[in-house]
Design a protein around this ligand. Structure first.
Ligand SMILES: [Zn+2]
Length: 97
């Protein structure tokens, strides 16, 4: 997915963000919807933005509270996430069972 949005669509980016949020003013909303009818790229962008927003809101409504040891083990297995760079290089004495 290295495609970029066509130049003619870039001006709609801000409008799409507002549109998905329901904050786009009526005139612009009609203009954007007219564009969406003939532009699959922007329709895809609207869908993706909606889904992302939905997931983000769902996630913030139901925060997952992992037990500390599960959290530590999970993040220990995710390279580059949390922890320190040298954590993988040295024996993890805490995790020894
Ligand atoms: Zn477009």
């Amino acid at each position: 997915m290295s495609r970029t949005l066509p130049t003619r669509c870039r001006r709609w980016l801000d409008a799409i963000a507002l549109y998905v949020d329901g904050d786009l003013e009526a005139d612009l909303c009609r203009a954007l919807e007219a564009h969406l009818r003939q532009c699959p790229d922007c329709r895809l962008l609207v869908d993706t933005t909606r889904q992302t927003l939905y997931l983000y809101r769902a996630a913030s409504r139901y925060p997952v509270d992992l037990p500390p040891d599960v959290h530590r083990r999970l993040f220990a297995r995710l390279p580059g996430v949390g922890g320190t760079r040298s954590a993988a290089a040295r024996p993890n004495s805490e995790a020894q069972a």
